[in-house]
Design a protein around this ligand. Structure first.
Ligand code: MN
Length: 264
């Protein structure tokens, strides 16, 4: 960011004269602080990661919403049930998402779990969307993995704490190449599987979701305005389990590009 741009970011409460004075000081390069407001001269904000599409376009990720317990069999294996009143969800940071073939095994866990999921990419925003509008804002789909520190999640549940530590960490969200809706249409049913070292661990069908894609988008859009680049992890079928460093994971959904990663 250049000095000219920064000068316009000074607090709005400053008088015009102070802004001009501050601008002059910045241009002269002598001051990094004006009235206690420290200008972050060497601040390198993390860049939002970019996903690729099957037609070789790139777009940046905005937010990452994840739905929990959206398949009945998975809800049961977790000792719970689908919440019929409203979907249960959490968020990952945008920079917790990775598109790399090597995924870093996290700290603070001895029980990292795989959750293979259909990831929906929102192509344009909207607040309080109808089901019809929700369908229209879908940009495309990818295969995703929602990695979970299951031991930390069990603790969090027992202590009534948030799931943050269990769900939101570096590389906790792996996402494959995105297939645009213009190529594949809307996905209502498709087989979804996960292989670990060549052995099928998870197997289900998108049509088993308690809340379908449009219902999830419509629901999320009532809580906040959805925006282009938002990703939605739509929940995992049953069969979740432990993975180890060195494991190769291949997630598949009919019609989409396989997600093929290695835990390192
Ligand atoms: Mn999940």
């Amino acid at each position: 960011m250049n000095k000219l741009t920064m000068s316009f970011m000074l607090p709005l409460a400053m008088t015009a004269w102070e802004v001009i004075e501050g601008f002059n000081r910045l241009v002269n390069g002598h001051e990094k602080s004006i009235r206690g407001f420290v200008i972050p001269m060497n601040w390198n904000s993390p860049l939002h990661p970019e996903f690729s599409t099957t037609d070789n376009r790139r777009f940046s990720v905005n937010r990452v919403f994840c739905i929990a317990k959206n398949y009945e069999e998975h809800a049961k294996e977790m000792g719970g049930e689908v919440d019929r009143e409203s979907p249960s969800f959490f968020q990952k940071s945008f920079d917790a998402v990775t598109f790399e073939p090597n995924v870093r095994y996290p700290t603070h866990t001895d029980d990292l779990h795989h959750e293979v999921e259909l990831v929906v990419v929102v192509g344009r925003g909207g607040f309080n969307l109808s089901l019809e509008d929700a369908e229209a804002v879908v940009f495309g789909y990818a295969v995703g993995l929602d990695f979970t520190r299951r031991d930390r999640q069990t603790e969090a549940k027992a202590k009534g704490r948030p799931w943050e530590v269990a769900k939101n960490f570096d590389d906790s969200g792996a996402v494959g190449i995105v297939t645009p809706k213009t190529d594949i249409g809307l996905i209502h049913d498709a087989v979804i599987t996960l292989e670990v070292n060549g052995e099928i661990r998870q197997s289900g069908d998108i049509k088993q979701m308690a809340y379908n894609v449009t219902e999830l988008i419509a629901f999320l859009s009532t809580l906040q305005e959805l925006k282009a680049g938002d990703l939605i992890y739509t929940g995992t079928p049953s069969g979740v389990g432990r993975v180890l460093r060195g494991d190769r994971l291949v997630g598949k959904i009919d019609g989409l590009v396989d997600l093929d990663i290695c835990l390192v």
